[in-house]
Design a protein around this ligand. Structure first.
Ligand code: CAA
Ligand code: NAD
Length: 295
């Protein structure tokens, strides 16, 4: 949600203060990159234990970025310290959104939970959904002209792409500011219609799910599918490594939403193996086990 428009006289960035709601994989990455590109950031999650983990993760990731970016260790340390200093945390978004220019929602991939959050805020926010049409979330928003979709990719500090989605109600001014924000975040922006999965996930998720079905059918092993796609198609990770990286719960949320809304599309059919693994708490890297162990 675009709350106010900074003028170029104030600073070079399109927005000054950014509130990120959800401090998981994506929210942490978005907060980190927003801060390292000069924005002041409020990071919001449900409790301080989660936020402590988020800040730890951001610190570790910044150290990796600094190692690459600066030859001089002192300059790297200053970069990490300055960036961390621009991020504050909160357990309620209400106080932050009163003085923010942009609100980015990055909570769990569930339409009702996202709508509930927007109703509570009584405002509206650009959204980091992977699969839910932006229009469906905007139903809960009052000022739809200031609403749009920003889809970042995991890991946010490394992935150069940002999908920027407008709904019919999004104003030109808001859309332009969101594109400018993408540039400020040092991302390359692409746009597409508000269709399931936008561009990347519409292609990537069915591919990852077909890999799961291939293993369910007994056609090939997890390891051989991953090796094949890395060495035969040039992907940096195979589909199972990537599923573990994205989070199997997030994959399931995406698929459940799609199969409910588009029951006739065979590409969106649920997977019993994925359902079983999520029920067992095997969520991928974040839980210590998915298709592979990470302990
Ligand atoms: N933060 C900061 N730097 C990082 C990082 C992170 N989280 N992850 C990797 N790096 C950098 C570091 O400089 C690292 O070097 P160090 O280990 O010395 O710190 C360097 O990248 C190389 O990393 P790795 O050796 O761990 O491995 P890699 O060369 O394979 O690169 C990768 C890691 C960039 C994640 C790469 O494997 C990759 O691009 N994987 C595919 C990711 C992908 O497809 N993402 C999209 C997921 S789909 C999505 O996001 C949409 C959705 O809605 C579900
Ligand atoms: P995650 O499970 O790592 O993090 C979600 C965070 O949201 C958790 O820390 C949780 O405590 C918090 N949360 C839940 N309800 C909240 C509320 N009401 N208020 C504040 N915080 C709340 O999930 P993630 O992977 O970061 O995904 C977040 C969103 O980004 C989802 O919509 C997902 O589809 C999308 N996304 C994920 C990826 C990926 O690769 N994982 C990539 C792009 C987009």
């Amino acid at each position: 949600f675009v709350r106010s428009f900074a003028t170029s006289a104030q600073r070079a960035n399109a927005f000054n203060h950014v509130t990120v709601i959800g401090g998981g994989l994506m929210g942490s990455g978005i907060a980190q990159v927003a801060a390292s590109t000069g924005h002041t950031v409020s990071l919001v999650d449900q409790d301080n234990t989660i936020l402590g983990k988020s800040m730890n993760g951001i610190h570790k990731s910044l150290e990796r970025v600094a190692k690459k970016k600066f030859e001089n260790p002192a300059a790297g340390e200053a970069f990490v310290k300055d960036t961390m200093g621009r991020i504050s945390t909160a357990t309620s978004p209400i106080t932050c959104v009163s003085h923010t220019d942009l609100v980015i929602e990055a909570i769990v991939e569930n339409l009702e939970t996202k709508k509930k959050l927007f109703r509570e805020l009584e405002a509206v926010a650009p959204d980091n959904t992977s699969s839910i049409p932006i229009t469906d979330i905007a139903v809960a928003a009052k000022r739809k002209d200031r609403f749009g979709g920003l889809h970042f990719f995991n890991p946010v500090p490394m992935m150069k792409l940002l999908e920027v989605i407008r709904i019919p109600a999004t104003s030109d001014a808001t859309f332009d500011k969101l594109l400018a924000f993408g540039k400020d975040m040092e991302k390359v922006t692409v746009s597409c219609k508000d269709t399931p999965g936008f561009i990347v996930n519409r292609l990537l998720v069915p591919y990852m799910l077909e890999a799961v079905r291939m293993v369910e059918r007994g056609d090939a092993s997890i390891q051989d599918v991953d090796t094949a796609m890395k060495l035969g198609a040039g992907y940096p990770m195979g589909p199972f490594e990537l599923s573990d990286y994205v989070g199997l719960d997030t994959m399931k949320f995406i698929l459940d939403g799609w199969s409910k809304n588009y029951p006739d599309n065979p590409l969106f059919k649920p997977s019993s193996l994925l359902d079983k693994m999520v029920a067992q708490g095997k969520l991928g890297r974040k839980s210590g086990e998915g298709f592979y162990p990470y302990k």
